[in-house]
Design a protein around this ligand. Structure first.
Ligand SMILES: NC(=O)c1ccc[n+]([C@@H]2O[C@H](COP(=O)([O-])OP(=O)(O)OC[C@H]3O[C@@H](n4cnc5c(N)ncnc54)[C@H](OP(=O)(O)O)[C@@H]3O)[C@@H](O)[C@H]2O)c1
Length: 264
């Protein structure tokens, strides 16, 4: 599939993987709708998209209230009248044990990562079903395939994303709609810095794993490739981390022993 001349809605476009995806698609004469909360950062991305030869629309959305996000987005899409691809890259992480973590943190993470995705899908699906084609991309995580310490809120939301995408694919695959679930490993972005602590505040510091991860540009390139090949699911990672989902399927008890002793 060629990703040219499409209207593409990218959430999480102000930073990291979403931003790099916008820059990647920008080189192929697309119309790109850029969403996140930070309008200034979105405007910078929009300028770069335009310089690369595509059209950019800044469309601020806050997924911490997914119902409201869906209402606003539905109005916006009705004005545009078309969307060929939607990528939900907006997301937030957390780091705390189950015992420490407040229920509020679980809800916040779930709202953005999981209900945010559903709000995006419910916004774009009517247009795609009417057109008989379209692509929906969800950024899950290796943590959506393998659980580890301190990540129950994040991992739970990403497992939910994988499950939701499998169900969606089963419903719409025969109606021309392609659903891609992306499971990145460590990517060097702001994800760990913005991760919530047990009280719901951003931790403010990154981790050695994230700092040693692949670049967001490399990650975007691999997602682009998976889209062109119309893959259903792709693990975008390097090193041992990339084998974790497969090891978890083939040798679950071995993997559980490995993750039990580690802070991933
Ligand atoms: N980096 C990794 O190692 C890694 C690994 C696996 C999966 N992922 C997933 O990849 C996706 C992108 O994350 P990233 O690594 O690129 O991190 P990032 O640099 O922190 O980007 C996160 C994006 O989500 C947006 N966002 C956060 N809260 C939002 C809200 N309430 N409403 C709207 N937008 C919101 C942020 O924009 P604003 O702050 O402007 O709203 C930002 O654009 C996430 O789903 C993440 O879970 C990342």
């Amino acid at each position: 599939m060629e990703v040219t001349g499409k209207t593409i809605w990218i959430t999480g476009a102000s930073s990291g993987i979403g931003r790099e995806l916008a820059l990647k698609f920008a080189t192929h004469q697309n119309q790109i709708i850029l969403s996140a909360r930070n309008v200034e950062a979105l405007r910078e991305v929009a300028d770069a998209v335009k310089i690369a030869g595509s059209e950019a629309i800044v469309f601020p959305v806050d997924f911490s209230d997914a119902d409201r996000a869906q209402e606003t987005a539905s109005d916006h899409m009705a004005k545009l009248g078309r969307v060929d691809m939607a990528i939900h890259a907006a997301g937030i992480s957390q780091k705390a044990t189950v015992q420490e973590n407040s229920l509020r943190v679980y809800r916040s993470v779930m709202e953005i990562n999981y209900f945010g995705l559903i709000s995006v899908v419910k916004t774009v699906l009517p247009y795609m079903l009417e057109a008989g084609n379209g692509s929906i991309v969800a950024i899950s995580s290796v943590a959506g395939k393998v659980g580890s310490r301190n990540r129950s809120g994040y991992s739970g939301s990403k497992f939910a994303v994988c499950g939701f995408m499998d169900c969606l694919r089963a419903e719409v695959a025969n109606q021309g709609i392609h659903c891609l679930t992306v499971c990145p490993g460590y990517v060097k972005t702001n994800i760990a810095r913005n991760a919530l602590d047990s009280a719901g505040s951003p931790r403010g510091t990154s981790t050695p794993q994230i700092e040693g991860g692949m670049s967001p540009a490399q990650c975007a390139e691999r997602i682009y490739h998976a889209l062109r090949k119309q893959k259903d699911e792709v693990v975008v990672s390097s090193g041992v981390n990339s084998w974790a989902p497969l090891l978890n399927r083939l040798f679950p008890s071995l993997l559980r022993k490995v993750v039990a002793g580690r802070d991933m």
